[in-house]
Write a protein that binds this ligand. Structure first.
Ligand code: MG
Length: 257
């Protein structure tokens, strides 16, 4: 049973004051028109000064996430492919799932799309190591949800973001990946705030896992498809939602000092 998220503006500052890690989706959550903007980069740096680390947790491939980990200010690692791998600049990739049987995933993708439809492989397939991703091409939550049901008969999991449909042999769970990785970084679950915008972020919102869970205003469109919902929802979408969260968090930490 999922709960209706409450407005982020009602989140008490005391609940935010102890947050030291933001585990964040990237596309549709930190981005504006698909890009990271200067105000978001500046906020990441200001958060670091306030003692808060940012951990990107994306459905994007390992190759792209490595670029985020290398070039974003103050960011030292990233989780890619909805929890499949941890990437860290100049270190070996850490596989959080077992290696996938790519041919099997492609066969199941062809079957669940049906004879009159075809899933088109995402252009970033060459830099994926843990899953296989396809373009959404305008497909709605309900249509992809039916594909997910059909895939489960083959022990294959389907999850979707604002941009892609992902197939994997391990159950995609960004939240489980964050719990493992953040423990190694020295954070307790209560010190972690999670934020996302789409069904592939549901694991970040599972009740009882993290100190504070936030969704962008886009979650209102996905409530029927979500396994877990965030406790709090911002007034805005994309980068403006992320900045709304970051400003509230920094204000709460400053007030507690
Ligand atoms: Mg997203």
């Amino acid at each position: 049973m999922t709960q209706t998220p409450r407005p982020l503006s009602l989140l008490p500052a005391e609940k935010l004051a102890g947050i030291r890690l933001i585990a964040t989706d990237v596309d549709g959550t930190m981005t504006r028109n698909g890009k990271l903007s200067a105000d978001v980069l500046a906020a990441i740096s200001r958060l670091a000064t306030a003692g808060v680390e940012v951990l990107p947790v994306t459905g994007r491939p390992a190759g792209e996430a490595l670029g985020l980990a290398r070039y974003l200010p103050e960011v030292r690692e990233a989780i890619a492919e909805n929890g499949a791998v941890l990437v860290r600049p100049d270190q070996d990739v850490v596989n959080l799932w077992s290696k996938p049987d790519r041919d099997l995933l492609l066969r199941v993708a062809a079957e669940i799309a049906g004879p009159n439809d075809r899933l088109v492989l995402a252009e970033d397939a060459f830099c994926r190591v843990g899953d296989v991703a396809f373009l959404r091409q305008g497909r709605g939550d309900e249509e992809i949800g039916k594909m997910a049901e059909a895939a489960l008969a083959h022990d294959v999991f389907v999850i979707w973001s604002s941009v892609h449909i992902h197939l994997s042999l391990s159950e995609p769970d960004k939240g489980a990946a964050v719990l493992g990785v953040s423990a190694n970084l020295g954070y307790s679950p209560e010190q972690i705030l999670t934020i996302g915008d789409a069904p592939n972020d549901a694991g970040l919102w599972k009740a009882g896992r993290f100190g504070v869970t936030v969704g962008t205003a886009d979650v209102h469109h996905h409530l029927a498809a979500l396994r877990h919902t965030p406790d709090w929802v911002s007034d805005n979408v994309g980068a403006d939602a992320w900045l709304e969260m970051a400003e509230r968090l920094m204000a709460a930490i400053a007030a507690a000092d």
